[in-house]
Ligand binder design. Sequence first.
Ligand code: AMP
Length: 280
Amino acid sequence: MKLFHHSSDIQVYIKELKQQGKTIGFVPTMGALHKGHVSLVHEAKNQCDIVVCSIFINPTQFNKKSDFVNYPIDIGNDTKMLENSGCDIVFIPKATEIYPDSETVASYSFPAIDSMMEGEHRPGHFTGVAQVVKRFFDIVTPNFAYFGLKDYQQYLVIKTLAEKEHIDTEIIGCPTIRETDGLAMSSRNRLLSEKERATASVIFQVMNRVKKSLLTTDLSLLKEQSFQALKEAGLEPEYFEIADADTLLPIVEVKEHKKVRAFVAANLGKARLIDNMELI
Ligand code: AMP
């Protein structure tokens, strides 16, 4: 596995690979890797000749300084995991490589899908995500890029970014990898105490309950009950939403929609956890 820190170096290397006819799969991450990230690398490896993984804690997507400062870092273990998972190139740039002083950072907005849920609760978050992803796409020029459906709204934002900016990269959504008790794997789970970690599985249980009762219970009641259940378990929920999977708009009548998902964000100790589940 080759390691790069500088954009100009990785650009030269990738250009040569592409001239040899190799396809490039890209997995952007913020590090503190787990099996969820590894599943994206495996998916990329199945489809592409070369897999590039980046590790970069992007400052522009954090709306709270404490969240940025507390974000877990474990580069030593990350590079070992990537090597073992078949990754070919790891790119670990400094912020000045991604945001050079000489360049103004573009601002992005996707009004139809970035204004609710994560967009509403983390102002500026998706602008930051779009900035960093666009920058990485310009450097890595991947044929395919892999994103987890665990961050479903982010996946839709990036698909929209690729369409609007005419980026020649196919965006692939990959299934959420979960712990045995159903908790979605996340770098932020490392911030949970043992007790909090045990509590966190309630998020999955609540979404499952919604899935079972979707056709028989009033939706606003279902959302209210879910929000309360999270609170009673000791979490501080920010939202619990049942929305159309394409538009992300809250749904009123299940019958009128083909694809429906539940979305949740909740704070627990030092961690802010998000998850979602396909309901129909
Ligand atoms: P992050 O390092 O949290 O920014 O995540 C990097 C990529 O890994 C994003 O595309 C995430 O959606 C994806 N990801 C994070 N957790 C999981 C998971 N449990 N299952 C699948 N993909 C994940």
